[in-house]
Ligand binder design. Structure first.
Ligand code: G6P
Length: 612
């Protein structure tokens, strides 16, 4: 996914831009570039490939400059190529633009601009912004770039975070933003721009999050903001409290395994402030009144990817505990299927980044129909965080690996706390029962740690299954819900085909694929469903598949039926998802490691998908 950086100040800009671009590498990209003002001349250096390729080019052409913008591109319009890489310039070459998002009306704008004599050199939607700015500078803005940007933005449809350097403004950077994140980092006599605060953290912790329609002009000394009409506006400074070290690998080979090992702490942090010092449920920071909660007739959970699979667990949970009909939908489906919104419903969006385009669109669609939206996001200040009616954040800390792990587990924590809290308010669970479950939840971090301490079996499994091309994950009830996330993780990181099935569906299709040595990972922790799952194991085994069973510590009868057994600590059935997800995560990591995969940045995938 694209990334924007920018710098203005007394220091040499290029090393700072390159450093910041490297900090955004985890988002995935195919090309990179910078635009700087060198002795007053706008100079663009860009290339397809990695930041190292860009850095090598810049070594051949050293630039001693103090102002510039940079970009990592993830192709949307036009192939990954050097001409399509950002920054883009217009006809004059005197200004350069970097952009995240999609300009939806770029075809019309391009046609119009070509009619006015503008010559395009790329296939991107972004290039229209550079030409449009030139046009506005000449017609309407009278050479004032700040005004030109306000006017240009009024013509743009779609999503954009844009940063501009221009020869006419050697001491200023300009920015504008709509539906694509952009933050300004405030330093001493220097300022920074980034699409993601992670890139700014080593330089400053004081940031301004731009809102939709904000236009900004940034000098060494300060920032001025306006709306698109030019009316001055104010945004509060936010102090980022994350630890920079928390965003680095901390001794592990990959962010993925580091983040898996951070799960116990991520759970503890997410429980903090919602469970009191006596270990009792105390959700007091929720902007939903008891009357709202009592009136609830329907819950929609909408998300993408791993967050969606966290929502599938939530559906089981809310329906079981609250007896409120709960739909869990993939955001890209939900937004276009003309969903029926009923009064007294609540839409829960779940998102690690808080920026996923489809989830954000679903949030807005629900609000347009008068439905209240509760956001479970990991990035405070993100678009979903700002736009939802109620926030109940996860506190997983920054997650760098493209594949989500610790965020998923904390998304479960938030949903469990909500379910318990709602159930108590609605009189469906006694406070004592909720406190009993919270007591068990408090033991979960230690239990996850026990599983993490037994990593050897996963290395052994990885060695054994290195040649396998297909994996199946089976389970029933909450075990089925978690299997979905296990299979997703395995396929996205190891590139081994993996499918999850509700074990009861076995005879309706996947049984045809069971034969000698096909690995089948069966989770069987739900006590009421255990006998049924055991029958499924026998059916699979009869076809000579290789069965790995994930069971409770107390299980004594599984060994004779399967090839491998993983035992996990005991807890209430309903809390098992916190524990049953850890073995598939570890298996995925060690199998991908054995196969030599690019674990933190799997091919074709991006951490944050801010386009449709
Ligand atoms: C991408 C990431 C996934 C993530 C999904 C949803 O596909 O690779 O790891 O689960 O987006 O992202 P979100 O930030 O909304 O949770």
């Amino acid at each position: 996914m694209c990334g924007i950086v920018g710098y203005i100040g007394p220091r040499s800009a290029v090393p700072i831009l390159i450093d910041k671009l490297r900090r955004l590498e985890y988002r995935g990209y195919d090309s990179a570039g910078v635009a700087v003002l060198e002795h007053g001349t706008c100079t663009v250096v860009k290339t397809v490939g990695k930041i190292n390729d860009l850095a090598a080019l810049l070594e051949q052409h050293p630039l001693d400059v103090n102002i510039g913008v940079g970009h990592t591109r993830w192709a949307t319009h036009g192939q990954p190529s050097t001409p399509n890489a950002h920054p883009h310039t217009g006809n004059s070459g005197k200004l350069a633009v970097v952009h995240n998002g999609i300009i939806e009306n770029y075809v019309e704008l391009r046609r119009e601009l070509e009619g006015q004599g503008h010559v395009f050199r790329s296939q991107t939607d972004t290039e229209v912004i550079a030409h449009l700015l030139e046009e506005k500078l000449d017609n309407g803005a009278e050479g004032d770039l700040y005004r030109a940007l306000q006017l240009a933005a009024q013509d743009l449809e779609g999503a954009y975070a844009v940063a501009v350097v221009a020869e006419s403004c050697p001491d200023r950077l300009h920015v504008v933003r709509k539906d694509s994140p952009l933050v300004i980092g405030l330093g001493e006599g220097e300022n920074f721009i980034a699409s993601d605060p992670t890139a700014i953290l080593p330089y400053t912790r004081r940031v301004l999050y731009l809102e939709n329609g904000d236009v900004g002009v940034i000098t060494r000394e300060g920032v001025a903001l306006s709306d698109l009409q030019g009316n001055p506006i104010h945004r509060d400074v936010t102090e980022i409290t994350w630890d920079v070290g928390a965003a680095e690998k901390g001794g592990y080979d990959h962010y993925m395994i580091k983040e898996i090992h951070e799960i116990p702490d991520a759970i503890r942090h997410t429980l903090r402030g919602r469970v009191n010092s006596d270990g009792k449920l105390a959700v007091t920071d929720l902007g939903l009144s008891d009357d709202d909660i009592r009136a609830l007739k329907r819950i929609y959970i909408v998300a993408c990817g791993t967050s969606y699979y966290a929502g599938v667990v939530g559906k089981y949970l809310f329906e079981r505990i609250l007896r409120v009909p709960t739909e869990c939908d993939i955001a890209s489906e939900f937004r276009y299927r003309d969903p029926i919104f009923e009064p007294d419903s609540l839409l829960i969006v779940i998102s690690q980044s808080g920026e996923t385009a489809d989830t954000l669109a679903a949030l807005r669609e629900a609000q347009r129909h008068g439905v209240k939206v509760l956001a479970i996001v990991n990035v405070i200040g993100s678009s979903m965080y700002r736009e939802s009616d109620v926030n109940f954040p996860t506190w997983a800390g920054p997650e760098i690996c493209v594949a989500s792990t610790k965020a998923y587990v904390t998304q479960l924590v938030c949903q469990y706390l909500l379910a318990f809290h709602f159930a108590v308010v609605r009189g469906q669970m006694t406070k004592e029962e909720a406190d009993r479950l919270v007591g068990l939840l408090l033991q979960v971090p230690g239990q996850v740690q026990q599983i993490l301490d037994g990593e050897d079996i996963y290395r052994e499994l990885a060695e054994n299954f290195m040649e396998s091309r297909d994996f199946f994950f089976l389970g029933r009830g909450l075990d089925a819900a978690v299997s979905l996330e296990g299979a997703l993780k395995l396929k996205e990181i190891s590139y081994v085909h993996a499918e999850a099935y509700a074990a009861g569906e076995l005879k309706h299709g996947p049984l045809a694929l069971m034969w000698t040595d096909v690995p089948v990972f069966v989770t069987a922790t739900q006590l009421e469903l255990y006998d049924k799952t055991l029958s499924n194991i026998k059916e699979v085994k009869a076809r000579r598949a290789d069965v790995i069973a994930l069971v409770r510590q107390s299980n004594t009868d599984i060994d004779e039926h399967v090839d491998w057994v993983i035992r996990i600590p005991e807890t209430d059935d309903i809390l098992m998802p916190f524990l049953t997800i850890i073995p598939p995560y570890l298996l995925t990591y060690w199998l991908s490691y054995a196969l030599g995969r690019e674990i933190d940045q799997p091919r074709n995938l991006a951490k944050s998908v801010t386009v449709e």
